[in-house]
Ligand binder design. Sequence first.
Ligand code: DX5
Ligand code: ZN
Length: 220
Amino acid sequence: MTHPRINPSILSADFANLEAELQRIGSADAVHVDVMDNHFVPNLTLGLPIVQRLQQVSPLPLDVHLMIEDADRWAPQYAEAGAASVTFHAEAAAAPVKLAREIRAAGARAAMALRPATPVEPYLDLLGELDMLLIMTVEPGFGGQSFLDLTLPKIRRAAAAIRGAGLPLVIQVDGGITEETILRAADAGASVFVAGSSVYGADDAAAAITALRHAALPRA
Ligand code: DX5
Ligand code: ZN
């Protein structure tokens, strides 16, 4: 598989010290920023002004995950703020093709997320519009939940469709990723891994990132 990418989620970081918390994950591939609006999910985190400020101070690219309603209205603004990738939820987008094109036109990679119970099949024809597909491996809203193995067949089906169509997009997984679960997601076809509590909950975040990367590689 391709080099496993680890994107720690600042949802599990100290929200009063975000700049310092970014320094703890310097060896990561990107920082995952969970935007929640208390409507699409029953939790409220941060929005555009904080993401704009994070963009100014972050040594890592921003991987913004929008768990918000009315993604069509808001997502392009996160791309304009300089995020490297902007992920909207399929369930929250009225016009996902138009939205993905707007995100790309604003200079970010476009990604679409699926909740655990949302099938990938209705979206197969629009995968060519995306740079990344996020398959949620927990119900979105909170960190620290357990990985849902029932999402593995969907990851496999998505990976097979992507391979079959010869598309360049990558599969990201988010939720419950630990040293114990990451290989199952990697084997199914994911190559970008969001990890909140397993990185920020560790005393040594850099060591946790290294351990996750290692654990994602198939055993010889
Ligand atoms: C959950 C968020 C995740 C969360 C993952 O809705 O989208 O990014 O931070 O946290 P862990 O890795 O603890 O499951
Ligand atoms: Zn997330």
